[in-house]
Design a protein around this ligand. Structure first.
Ligand SMILES: [Zn+2]
Length: 316
């Protein structure tokens, strides 16, 4: 690509470039994470931007201390450098999701006040049972609308106001258990965006994805809410992440809109697969950065073919 001639997927952002690495310490980082993060770092560098590290440790039951320390060590070993993060601070902290409960609660209250969300008492099994034929391979089944009120203003509970708790969870004693809060999607509306890597994307609300959870029955915001709140608060201008989150981007665009927040640009990366074509999971221990390092493999060898050549595309 000619650098003087912007591709149709080049975005003109007036804000200075800010990108992020957002690992979740629920296991060891593997080659797939490194590949995506490397793209994020290359893109931030090529724009003279700032790269931040955000520890996505929201689910304290699944995030382990040993994985947090391993995460820092493995990222540094691989050659990642961030300017803001849990270890070095910065103007938009805290950089650990477990310490950002107040931000999530404030956003949730705003969504609730506007009628954008409603309470749902269905279990996961209820949702699956209500569906005639759940599509295999969907990231989550399309919610059949069992608890959805007819009009958004039909529902208004003030009795269950969320209170910030120290660990970011709401006070469970003040709310009935087993209530998920779902975002009401505008049925039939095409949600489109230009992906920096995959080009134009479009998902139809209510068909490609359904009413999704923004606040979980266990007292935590969902990924969809937390990531929007954090990316906006940390003034991220481009989100670089795995291709498996393309559809989630459509959901998040709706959350940005409902909260009146400016959305970033998006750049999704192909997922790294193993020899059998399966995407790497956290259980792919043999391809964890830790295991590769123990085998004496140098990071330079691993990332040899990963260099992003310009702001619009990546070459193999
Ligand atoms: Zn329900």
């Amino acid at each position: 690509m000619n650098a003087a001639e912007p591709s149709r997927f080049t975005f003109h952002v007036s804000r200075p470039y800010r990108g992020r690495l957002a690992p979740s310490p629920t296991g060891l980082l593997h080659l797939g994470h490194a590949r995506t993060f490397w793209t994020a770092q290359q893109r931030a560098l090529s724009c003279g931007g700032t790269l931040i590290l955000r520890n996505e440790d929201l689910d304290q039951a699944r995030c382990k201390t040993q994985f947090v320390s391993a995460m820092f060590e493995d990222l540094r070993w691989f050659g990642f450098q961030w300017k803001e993060g849990p270890d070095c601070g910065g103007p938009f902290g805290p950089y650990c999701q477990s310490k950002r409960g107040e931000f999530y609660i404030a956003a949730f209250e705003k969504l609730r006040a506007s009628g954008a969300v409603y309470p749902c008492t269905c279990s996961r099994l209820d949702v699956l049972r209500a569906l005639q034929a759940p599509h295999v391979g969907e990231d989550e089944p399309i919610y059949p609308g069992t608890c959805r009120p007819a009009v958004s203003s039909d529902f208004n509970v003030q009795s269950s106001k969320l209170e910030p708790a120290q660990d970011g969870r709401r006070d469970r004693n003040k709310l009935s258990p087993r209530i998920n809060w779902r975002f009401r999607v505008p049925d039939g509306e095409p949600i489109s965006f230009g992906d920096g890597s995959y080009g134009p994307q479009e998902f139809i609300a209510g068909r490609g994805f359904g009413d999704f959870i923004v606040w979980r029955h266990d007292g935590l915001p969902s990924y969809q809410l937390a990531v929007v709140v954090d990316d906006a608060a940390m003034q991220i201008t481009e989100v670089v992440r795995g291709q498996d989150l393309l559809k989630s981007t459509a959901r998040q665009i709706l959350v940005y809109r409902a909260l009146g927040l400016t959305r970033p640009n998006f750049y999704h990366c192909p997922l790294v697969t193993d020899e059998s074509g399966q995407r790497l999971a956290k259980r792919s221990d043999s391809l964890s950065l830790r295991a590769l390092r123990a085998k004496g493999i140098e990071p330079e060898i691993l990332r040899k073919s990963w260099n992003v050549v310009d702001s619009g595309s990546a070459l193999q």
